[in-house]
Design a protein. Structure first.
Length: 94
């Protein structure tokens, strides 16, 4: 499953809220499935556990998020996310 979110209606805020909403849905899914955040600069962040990502959950709030997973320490914004992709067993984007 690949979710690429682009919005011309409502601009960047609508896109940011849509990405935040998709991440919230994925971290609440039972059983949890790992996913990858693909960033506009080409970086990727594998979310292996719901506790690996922290952000303000309210729509319209700060678009910043933090990822701590293994050796990865990432601070970014939902507006920099270009895609949300379910990961395969090896952690690669499926």
């Amino acid at each position: 499953m690949v979710v690429y979110i682009k919005s011309h209606i409502g601009g960047r805020l609508a896109r940011t809220d849509a990405i935040r909403s998709e991440v919230q849905r994925l971290i609440r899914t039972e059983p949890f499935r790992r996913f990858v955040l693909s960033l506009e600069n080409g970086e990727r962040a594998l979310i292996e556990h719901p506790g690996n990502i922290a952000f303000e959950p309210q729509a319209g709030g700060s678009d910043e998020f933090y990822v701590i997973s293994g050796n990865l320490r990432l601070f970014s914004t939902f507006s920099a996310v270009s895609g949300v992709i379910l990961a395969d067993r090896d952690g690669a984007a499926a």
